[in-house]
Design a protein around this ligand. Structure first.
Ligand code: ZN
Ligand code: ZN
Length: 138
């Protein structure tokens, strides 16, 4: 899907964004922090570089969920939209489910399975990483 562009946004529509080009990764994160931030048991991400992400409308509010970790969300409706961490410099990790076409970015790996809830046990054949090292994802 190189050179394609995809748009997404929050639940209320106050924030719209676009990503372009080929993602660095497509994952599902099982970490506790993503769970709390999203209210969901697991979070799918599309990881892109900063120059592949642009806000088209509105501005995300940033919450620093742990030192060096910035989570972007809509202050009006609460949708979680992005993750950025100093362990992944120059990257934006977009919450896949906020894209208009999330089907375009199926995850290829599970990360932070050390925190995985026992009742989230997908039989999808994807690799399961205990964590996700620097240069990979949250
Ligand atoms: Zn919103
Ligand atoms: Zn996570």
């Amino acid at each position: 899907m190189a050179n394609d562009s995809y748009e997404g946004g929050c639940l209320c529509g106050a924030i719209r964004y676009r990503i372009t080009g080929t993602p660095k990764f497509q994952s599902m994160c099982h970490c506790r922090s993503c769970r709390r931030a999203s209210g969901a048991p697991v979070v799918a991400f599309v990881g892109v570089f900063d120059d592949q992400f642009v806000e088209l409308k509105g501005t995300r509010t940033i919450f620093e969920s742990s030192p060096g970790v910035k989570r972007g969300f809509c202050r009006t409706c609460g949708s979680s939209l992005t993750f950025a961490g100093e362990n992944w410099p120059g990257e934006v990790h977009v919450f896949t489910a906020t894209l208009d076409d999330p089907e375009a970015f199926p995850p290829t790996v599970h990360t932070y399975c050390q925190d995985r809830l026992p009742w989230i046990d997908p039989d999808d054949g994807l690799p399961r990483l205990e964590r996700f090292g620097a240069g990979q994802q949250s």
